[in-house]
Design a protein. Sequence first.
Length: 226
Amino acid sequence: MLLRDWMAKNVLTVDKNTSLMRATRIMKENSIRRLPVVSHGKLVGIVTDRDVKDASPSKTTSLDVHELYYLLSEMKVKDVMTPNPLTLKGRDSLEKAALIMLESKISGIPVADENGHLDGLLSETDVLRGFIHSTGIKNGAVQYVFDLEDKPGSVTTVIKVMRENKARIISVLTSFEDTAEGTKRVAIRIIADDDSMEEKLTAMLRENFQLVYFAKDELNDLPSKK
């Protein structure tokens, strides 16, 4: 999965000399948490709602309303932005972006071309959308999780059994974390034609492989933020 397929492309930007008050208003009115900062067509920084909050006077300040208003109107984006932010290219993978965001503890990455011009903006929400899409969970797929030998052909053998039982393979994810030496954990999502075929396949997989877990996620009544 490439960033260019998941990033936001029509991105709002501000100039480095934009007042902090205006940048704050733009983020609030458009319900966004970050603004790339562009100068002469090139990306020079990024300002986030956290930057704005950290730069704003404390609620316990002795300044009156007019003094606060003046202070914020005089502050510029360049005074609080993160200069020269981490960037990626549209041809980079979504997985690479997720790893960088996790290790750098950031929730968004600007996407720029070779000349430093902004192409888009990738957020943690975009990464989650891509992950959900790749797993096939929204297609009503059943997930089987196996611990298999770490050798060529072990996954192919499982998939062959699934296909022989008319299962449609939706996704295959492999991990070597938290498994015994010489094994790998493999999660496969499939769609079966009917419940009876699914039951037959599950029994066959349990008999012939180390089946750790299987289930179909219930998505009809997901908990939601009130």
